[in-house]
Write a protein of this length. Sequence first.
Length: 326
Amino acid sequence: MSTIYLPRRTFLLGSLAGLLLPGKVVAQPYPTNLIRIVVPTGAGTPPDIISRMVADGLAANEGWRLVVEDRPGALQTIAMNDVAGRPADGYTLLTMSLPMTVTPSLLPKAEVRPDVDFDPVIKISKSYTVLVTTPSLPVGSLSDLVALLKSKPGKLNFSSAGFGTPSHLIGEMFALQAGVHATHVPYQQFSQAITDLISGNVQYMFVTTLPVIDLIATGKLRALAVTAPTRIAALGDVPTVIEAGLPDLVTADWIGFAAKRGTAAEIKSQLNKAINKVLVEPKIHASLDKIGAVAVGGTAAEFGEGIQTDIAHWAKVVKDADIRLP
């Protein structure tokens, strides 16, 4: 799905007076054309929603014209290939998220890599997941679940929103750290994953907070722990994984923007500055809070360091858990 975000006021691009000077070529300021933001997931997913929030903010603040295009599939490499095939001129941006840092490990022969073919621009947001179980499972805490899994190795299932997604990766990391074994059941439709979890067809899942808060409140799902370093406001009664005895399970999903490698430093700096301006607005904080995320911002260098750290981290998880493409 593509939506064009237009400025909310009429303006002139460039200086007409300068353009009319005979024999003088005036360089046009960036951006003079439509900026494409290519999202590696489908409509309604956090990367899609947050990319549209930022695009709307840039249109309102800077008078830029932007379009958000969803290009999901192939472990996010469809979107990466799209952006890698465009000119390095700042007019095509890639929405990055945590699963993209796993592709070098899962697809070592892929034509593109997040740390080789793209320049970081800015980290936009981060969010945490909550471990939920079906109410029929006889556990009331994370330690109870670990004990049950150890007593029934390989007999219980955990679901995810798809192979290589945060819910899958965190589930595998949990199994490694807790010394347990469960069967991964990936779903193409998130709604079906939740339905099967409620009914008990699968037993537990690491999931973003927004879609399950009401289900937890009404008892349709049971929350055992959040992967945040401190308790989160939306689930204040739910302990963190640190409190539950697995401090190394603290894991943040994140979303950011990158440009094709070789994009001019001035353009990346302008993008970073404009997006940081969007991210400090109270309305963007309120919108992110509704989907269980918080604004990050900062420098491109900080974002780049985080990407490198995550690539190394998930490479170890993939190796230790022996995660292979189905």
